[in-house]
Design a protein around this ligand. Structure first.
Ligand code: AHR
Length: 502
């Protein structure tokens, strides 16, 4: 049987693991906010109406950063509607998802929720139907300590301290014709640059994300980023990437290789950003914010124009299976393999909407299959990402040609000496023997070996069977002091933790 091999060596590194790689996303869409994170009257709701069962799962998931409030929603959003006494807040039409937004939950509720969840907020401003002035007003309301009309208004609204939001998205998917206030690259680039210039005048330490393409298949992919960065290079710190993956027909081999597509997308945007840097003769490097990524069965979704006007409708509540979890694990591996340039990433979304956490209104909350690789990667990928170059048998895929059956990365935490190895076997028919050369880490010992797989790759978790799919320990895995030999089951995600002496 063909064997895969890799070497772990502290001398070969990619970069530090930025904790922001383990971000998530809360959009006012469907049931992400209402009956997701927020449900006054639920038996588990706290005094703010936040579901404490969801808060607990959010902490367990290990989410570090949460992007808010959209998404497509933000491009027609008036942030002022969501602050002040709740009884005075207007209900509005949300044109992105053809829903009714009650505004019962808004900026200050989100900041309180974020503090309780222990996550860093990442805000988006509306550059669709609004512009520089409204972005600045939102920034002053959110971050200025007091003594001005808007900062004092926040204080009157019960938030005495400024929220101190550092990371801001300059709009959302402005390249997409579905976006309210959609723009050409030239139009958006100018608006984003002027918004960013003014926001940095308020606070030069803000970290600003310019909108990249909404997906890698849109006609303007890469030329959009080039034009936008020509305008914004001086002020932007990040360019965003968005990508959702799903099987096309029954082509599961290509679906399992989605990490290869993400890999190529990242390389393309790094090249585009560096091309703009070269033209400007600057040493400044733009980082990548992969602030929407996940598996999303878009083929099951009728499209936003087909929706009717309702509050918190059930939208895109994908139920994930074992294969989806393995793909999510492989996408996390891809993000880590680019830790030198990808400085932030948000799995979209947190609750109910294509989410690791599912809830029932008035009922329970549970972990979808995709929860597990995320939670374990977020918990154990620490320190430095090692440069891992596996030798692997290949799989021939219809969409991406030959891809390695093994997709892997590893981190080394210099503080406690721990190594975490993450590996996916994309093969559907055969287990994959893997040999790990550990000679550069003499005396390594296995601390934990977990595998997420199942003979039924369509198995999923539900309210009735919330733990049907979960990672299971593999007992007895040992190194011989120099190497480790394991077998990766077909369609599986594996994490092996090793203790080392350094
Ligand atoms: O996450 C769902 C939607 O996908 C977001 O609103 C949008 O930005 C993207 O197209």
């Amino acid at each position: 049987m063909p064997t895969a091999r890799l070497t772990l060596d502290p001398g070969f590194r990619i970069g530090a693991v930025d904790r922001r790689l383990f971000g998530s996303f809360v959009e006012h869409m469907g049931r992400c906010v209402y009956s997701g994170i927020y449900e006054p009257g639920h038996p588990a709701a706290d005094e703010h109406g936040f579901r404490t069962d969801v808060l607990d799962l959010t902490r367990e998931l290990g989410v570090t950063t949460v992007r808010y409030p959209g998404g497509n929603f933000v491009s027609n959003y008036r942030w002022e509607d969501g602050v002040g006494p709740v009884q005075d807040r207007p209900a509005r039409l949300d044109l992105a998802w053809r829903s009714v937004e009650t505004n019962a939950f808004g900026l200050n509720e989100f900041m309180t929720w974020a503090r309780k969840a222990g996550v860093e907020p990442m805000m988006a401003v509306n550059l669709g139907t609004r512009g520089v002035a409204e972005a600045l007003q939102l920034l002053e309301y959110t971050n200025h300590p007091g003594g001005t009309a808007l900062s004092d208004l926040r204080r009157d609204h019960g938030a005495a301290d400024p929220h101190g939001v550092r990371m801001w998205c300059l709009g959302n998917e402005m390249d997409g014709p579905w976006q309210m206030g959609h723009k050409t690259a030239e139009e958006y680039g100018r608006l984003a640059a002027e918004t960013a210039r003014a926001m940095k005048r308020f606070d030069p330490d803000l970290e600003l994300v310019a909108c990249g393409s909404s997906n890698a298949y849109i006609d303007t992919f890469a030329s959009w980023e080039a034009k936008v960065l020509e305008h914004t290079y001086e002020f932007a710190d990040y360019i965003s990437l968005h990508a959702y993956y799903e099987p096309v027909g029954d082509d599961l081999d290509s679906f399992l290789a989605s990490g290869a597509e993400m890999d190529r997308m990242i390389d393309s945007i790094v090249a585009t950003a560096d091309h703009v840097a070269a033209k400007r003769r600057t040493g400044k490097k733009i980082k990548l914010s992969f602030d929407e990524w996940n598996v999303w069965y878009q083929s099951r979704f009728p499209g936003e124009t087909a929706l009717d006007w309702r509050e918190a409708p059930r939208l895109i509540e994908d139920v994930y299976d074992v294969t989806d979890a393995v793909v999510v694990g492989s996408l996390l591996i891809t993000l880590l393999r680019h830790a030198d340039r990808v400085g932030a990433a948000c799995q979209a979304q947190l609750a109910n909407i294509i989410a690791p956490i599912m809830t029932e209104p008035g009922g329970t909350a549970w972990r979808q299959t995709i929860f597990h690789p995320f939670a374990l990667t977020a918990r154990h990928a620490r320190g430095t990402v090692l440069r891992v170059e596996p030798q692997s048998p290949v799989i021939d895929t219809a969409r991406y040609g030959e891809v390695p059956a093994l997709w892997a990365t590893a981190t080394h935490d210099e503080e406690n000496g721990e190594i975490a190895l993450f590996a996916v076997n994309r093969g559907r028919d055969q287990a994959l023997p893997l040999t790990v050369d550990l000679r550069p880490f003499p005396g390594s010992r296995v601390v934990e070996h977990l595998v997420l797989t199942d003979p039924d790759t369509t198995a999923a978790n539900t309210a009735e069977q919330p733990d049907r799919v979960r990672p299971r320990p593999v007992e007895g895995t040992k190194t011989d002091g120099e190497q480790l030999a394991v077998e990766l089951p077909p369609v599986s995600w594996t994490m092996i933790r090793l203790a080392t002496d350094g």
